[in-house]
Design a protein around this ligand. Structure first.
Ligand code: SAM
Length: 661
């Protein structure tokens, strides 16, 4: 039993049963609802207190006893339909939904209605519908109701509600002559025009405001309007502004990151200089002040290994000499911002004598099928020529598709060619069987080879399933990236900490986006599930400026204008803050209301290696809930294209094909 389950049980015993509430159905329903999910994040420890608690829009989540008492007074049966007025947090609606067949609930504050809708959906209450509106008018489309419960106190019993009650139905409502004190009434509809009223005792509710309730007080109106109208203003108050990347003070961010083992840094495009430069700044501080020793990127393992060797001082600068990252989209890693960052990493490592304490640079992606096979074979040629011969034969299965692995996926679907799954697995198995023998001789090099052999296995599966199950291959890619990250963490030791550089769509928790409806997950979700709060996910965004991107797969890099953001997007709200750059903490917001208001889904823009402004809405926007996706959001109102090291691009299979992210 976890802490909250324990507190819930205590609540049932000492607040409900001890006060004489014995209705088994109601007690069972209350014990099934996690009240902690309905209170503001900073009040969860009080979730099971014997009192109401404040929620957004100056409203309250009712005291548990009152919710149970009113639910019991409704005398609900499992096949019945119930209407609630005053959704608030959605807690009472969840209790009702545990008992009744259908629950309809109305809330006059949009922020509360939107948040409750998301919450109830997340918790799986599919028999509940939330309406934003004036509940004193009822919900005629769904009337009559077997039961109606009003969670705010009015001057009278609204006629509309009485009329929407089925014959035999029960209406429970606080009614009083002042706005703050009421009597709890139960009205039973006996026949078409006959109602029977009972007084269940004195109560104290927030006022029922509406056509058949109290008039909206001016003060209340002012609060409402301020909250409804000023999300950019709230963001302004809840964010840390900075003038330039060079001078940004990251102390507060580091404090929020705390002891996290993983920090995932996103980007809203693969071609924006500010995203690279800010990630470099943050990474440098994490390395210097928090002992991070792993930088893992959305790059291929063998390409990243060149950088790794360079920053350890065992190879020349690859970005200037041997030029890895030579396939489309070259600018993603072979650019001036990355070059500068790798120089910093080398200078940092140069100051550290112990190899183990130096920073390593690793590639998490799986697009280097053939290059990785080469690495495995070259290694085996040196350490174990017999095994190399067998491995060469097995990898030969994939050779016909060397220049275009996408073709492999097409031919395996027709079944005219042999699938290579068993062959690549057998090679990996051979390596692992001899792990002790090889690794003992050269640990670091063996780890590199083992990862390449794993990559071949996962890439084979990725290409094999690419055409018939796109979401499946996306998942395989992110699964591979997460497993690779885990392998690097294990290799670098139990205290190792990693910074991950990938696109927002990989590092933001997929469960908070449209992706999850397609059955897709990502490295951000996997990291959250495995590391919980020890993974800190940071998203990035921009409104306008320029970006480096191609117009089609394998096409040349162009510097394109980024369109001003869509009117219904998070980007537009951030743009309306009217400040250049800011950090917006979302996990521990400076004001809870800002986070709550940001929860309702909006559009979010994702530019990958391809950017098609002409079809921007269809190609680049998706729905997400920003605070559930990221722990923090970093904003650059205007941004510029990243500068590639070389202008020419080599044709070939795009690194991120078919997703472009
Ligand atoms: N049942 C809620 C819960 O479990 O969190 C608590 C409700 S709170 C005590 C009362 C709610 O009634 C407030 O959120 C308030 O905004 C809402 N309310 C007041 N007048 C309303 C009206 N005319 N229509 C809909 N909601 C109303």
């Amino acid at each position: 039993m976890n802490k909250f389950e324990y507190l819930r049980k205590q609540m049932i015993d000492y607040q409900l049963a001890a006060r004489g509430l014995r209705d088994r159905t109601v007690l069972k329903a209350v014990s099934a609802v996690p009240r902690e999910a309905f209170v503001p994040a900073d009040l969860v420890e009080f979730a099971y207190n014997d009192s109401p608690l404040p929620i957004a829009a100056s409203q309250t989540i009712s005291q548990p006893y009152i919710v149970a008492l009113m639910t019991a007074a409704l005398e609900l049966k499992p096949e019945e339909r119930v209407l609630e007025i005053g959704t608030g947090s959605g807690y009472a609606a969840a209790v009702l939904a545990e008992i009744a067949k259908e629950v309809y609930t109305i809330e006059r504050h949009k922020i509360l209605a939107d948040t409750a809708r998301i919450r109830l959906e997340e918790l799986g209450y599919n028999n509940t519908q939330v309406l934003y509106g004036d509940g004193t008018l009822g919900w005629p489309e769904y009337a009559p109701f077997d039961a109606i419960v009003v969670a705010a106190g009015g001057p009278d019993v609204p006629q509309n509600l009485k009329q929407q009650l089925a014959i035999g139905g029960r209406l429970v409502i606080p009614v009083g002559t002042t706005m703050r004190t009421q009597k709890l009434l139960r009205v039973r509809r006996i026949s078409e025009d006959e109602f029977h009223e009972e007084n269940l005792g004195d109560v104290r509710f927030v006022p029922l405001i509406g056509a058949a309730g109290w008039e909206d007080e001016t003060a209340d109106k002012a609060v409402t309007e301020k909250i409804e109208a000023s999300l950019p203003e709230l963001i302004y108050q809840s964010s840390e502004h900075f003038a330039s990347i060079d001078h940004v003070n990251l102390d507060n961010l580091l404090e929020r990151i705390g002891d996290s083992r993983l920090v995932l840094l996103g980007e809203a495009s693969h071609g924006t200089a500010e995203f690279y430069e800010m990630r470099a700044r943050i990474t440098q501080e994490l390395i210097e002040k928090k002992g991070f020793t792993i930088v893992a990127a959305e790059a291929d393992w063998p390409d990243a290994a060149h950088i790794d060797r360079y920053i350890h001082g065992t190879a020349p600068d690859p970005l200037l000499e041997s030029r890895p990252f030579s396939r489309f989209p070259t600018w993603m890693w072979a650019n001036h911002s990355v070059l500068e960052f790798t120089h910093w990493l080398k200078a940092h490592n140069d100051k550290i004598a112990s190899f183990d304490k130096q920073v390593g640079f690793y590639g998490l992606d799986l697009y280097s099928l053939f290059h990785s096979m080469e690495v495995v074979l070259n290694y085996l040629d040196k350490v174990d020529p017999d095994t190399a011969e067998v491995a060469r034969l097995r990898y030969g299965c994939l050779l016909p598709w060397a220049s275009d692995p996408g073709m492999y996926s097409q031919v395996t679907i027709t079944k005219q060619y042999k699938e290579c799954e068993e062959d690549v697995l057998a090679t990996l198995q051979d390596l692992l069987n001899k792990r002790l023998e090889y690794a003992w001789a050269d640990g670091e090099r063996f780890f590199n080879v083992e990862q390449n052999a794993r990559l071949v296995t996962n890439a084979e599966r990725y290409y094999r399933t690419m055409y018939y199950a796109e979401n499946n291959s996306w998942n395989q890619r992110d699964q591979h990236m997460f497993e690779t990250l885990q392998a690097v963490l294990a290799f670098r030791g139990p205290d190792s900490k990693a910074v991950v550089w990938e696109h927002n769509s990989h590092i933001g928790d997929a469960r908070a986006t449209q992706m999850s409806a397609r059955g897709e997950f990502n490295i951000g979700q996997l990291a959250r599930q495995e590391y919980d709060d020890a993974a800190y996910l940071i998203g990035f965004g921009t409104d306008h400026g320029t970006v480096a991107a191609a117009s089609e797969w394998g096409g040349p890099m162009e510097v394109k204008q980024v369109q001003p953001s869509h009117i219904e997007s998070y980007e537009r709200v951030c743009h309306e803050v009217h400040t250049d750059n800011f950090l917006l903490p979302l996990r521990k917001p400076l004001q809870e209301i800002t986070r709550t208001k940001l929860l309702a889904e909006r559009l979010e823009r994702a530019i990958g290696v391809i950017y098609r402004p002409e079809t921007e809405l269809q190609s680049h926007y998706f729905y997400a809930s920003l605070p559930r996706q990221f722990d923090e959001y970093i904003w650059f109102d205007e941004s510029r294209a990243v500068e590639p090291l070389t202008k020419e691009t080599t044709k070939g299979v795009p690194d991120t094909y078919p997703f472009g992210l």
